[in-house]
Design a binder for this molecule. Sequence first.
Ligand code: GCU
Length: 128
Amino acid sequence: PQGTRYEAENATISQGAVESNHAGFSGTGFVNYDNVAGSFIEFSVSAATAGTATLTFRFANGTTANRPMTIAVNGATVQTRDFPGTGAWTTWQSTSVSAQLVAGSNSVRATATTAGGGPNLDYLEVTT
Ligand code: GCU
């Protein structure tokens, strides 16, 4: 398996900000979702061939409230996933979703579904 990392700070951000005030992130920072439902980050993911991929999201949630997000690939919802508290904003954890990719360019969007918005998101790693 070969993994490719897509940093959240390089993705398309709707209602969120790139920040770097909580240590432990990869790259130059992470994205702090605005605390609203509907805030999202969209990654452009390249796949050599069509097939099943594992989408791994690295996140931190320093609250005790879940920050669920809907994961959509090429506009179709894959699932809504829990992003529970990790204990601190500097404690980063990963959660994975399996999805079908097409050959070439794919959009992977993670959209907050509750008023708390999303967690802080460090990166998406795609393994095919
Ligand atoms: C704090 C924290 C942010 C986080 C925010 C939130 O302000 O410093 O990194 O994104 O809480 O609740 O979403």
